[in-house]
Design a protein around this ligand. Structure first.
Ligand code: TXA
Ligand code: MG
Length: 347
């Protein structure tokens, strides 16, 4: 892939309002003209291009090194944008959109023939979401097109929650990065399939199962999320993903963590531990990351990918992580940790 000069626009709250406006317009024009630009959403940074332009979509896959059988989420500014992409809008979708859009919920619809096949990876369905981050919303408005955007990381790496994370992975490979500061939720949107009889969670995320149940009455979990050996229905969930460079193991018994850490250090490894503030000082390791505090799963979600990347910055070879509660957004945290660990879990 040839080197591109990557622009960086500061649209943080600290920036001058007029500059923010100009920067967002420049980024939006680039998207409109078929270029690929990273921008913040309330979940993670996305790598956006015009979803109706197959070449722009191809360039997204190339920049990330993403396998092309893994479809993209299309981001829209408003509900009119939805009508242009789908064949029908089920009643349950209306209810879910009323409750959780804009926000971290991706819905799977039947696609119409305007959606390029590389966006959907050849599936008959398309994933759509309306983000709530003000910068994302403004950019979508200004670009005037639906924007296909996977997370703005190199394929397989932890998703980016800051513009620096994006820069580390994609500088020289994309047209620009809109820097709107750290994202809020920190894990990706929930992917919910409503194209069948019963709504089914394909990927846990920012909108919790509990919140979906309030609206839908009953939601199912893709069996692949429960370790039953099935192939996941969301193509992206089959890849080892979100992975730091060091080898990560989840350890349910906290008392065992120090023992394992000490042993690995004796073998000459650089060892990291992922824990919370309460126990950060208890561990003797080369690097300890406090991922929020006990019981505050939202803070843990917000810090998780930053933590996984911090182990890389510290050149850690072996990471041991505590295990988190799986209620609320904890389901998404544990799903990502399990993937990052490639299934290595000591019970
Ligand atoms: O929060 C998010 O969703 C972020 C921000 C940037 O919006 N985006 C994101 O995109 O996480 P990505 O590409 O990293 O993940 C999209 C997930 C993948 O697991 C993909 O397989 C799934 O959505 N997906 C996309 N289209 C699908 C479809 N038609 N049917 C089933 N799964 C689909
Ligand atoms: Mg991703």
């Amino acid at each position: 892939m040839s080197y591109i000069q990557t622009k960086r626009w500061n649209v943080n709250k600290s920036a001058n309002l007029q500059n923010i406006e100009m920067n967002l317009q420049e980024a939006a024009n680039l998207i409109k003209d078929g270029h690929v630009v990273a921008f913040p959403t309330e979940t993670v940074y996305g790598l956006g291009g015009n979803a109706l332009d197959p070449q722009a979509v191809t360039d997204i896959f190339k920049a990330k090194g993403r396998p092309n059988d893994n479809p993209l989420i299309v981001h829209i500014a408003n509900r009119d944008g939805l009508n242009e992409l789908v064949t029908e809008i089920p009643l349950i979708a209306e209810k879910l959109m009323d409750a959780y859009w804009p926000g971290p919920l991706t819905l799977i619809f039947h696609a119409n023939d305007k959606v390029p096949t590389n966006v959907t990876a050849g599936l008959s369905t398309v994933a759509i979401r309306m983000p709530s981050h003000p910068v994302a919303r403004e950019l979508l408005e200004k670009s005037g097109v639906p924007v296909a955007a996977p997370s703005a990381n190199l394929s397989g790496r932890p998703s980016p929650t800051t513009a620096d994370h994006v820069w580390t992975d994609l500088e020289g490979r994309i047209a620009g990065v809109v820097d709107g500061g750290a994202t809020g939720v920190g894990v990706e949107s929930t992917v919910l399939d409503i194209s069948g009889e019963v709504p089914m969670i394909l990927r846990p995320g920012g909108i919790t199962r509990e919140e979906l149940t309030e609206v839908c009455g009953h939601v199912e979990l893709d069996g692949a999320l429960m370790d039953d050996g099935q192939a996941p229905k969301s193509p992206g969930m089959k890849y080892t993903h979100y992975a730091p460079k060091g080898s990560l193991t989840l350890v349910r018994d906290r008392a065992l963590i120090q023992e394992l850490a000490t042993k690995a250090r004796a073998e000459g490894k650089r060892v990291g531990v992922l824990t919370t503030e309460e126990r950060a000082n208890h561990y003797d390791a080369d690097f300890v990351y406090a991922c929020g505090s006990d019981g505050d799963l939202k803070a843990t979600a917000a810090l998780l990918y930053n933590g996984l990347r911090a182990f890389d910055d510290q050149e850690i070879d072996v990471i041991f992580s505590e295990v988190f509660d799986e209620n609320g957004v904890g389901a998404a945290v544990m799903n990502r940790l399990e993937k990052a660990a490639g299934g290595r879990m000591i019970k």
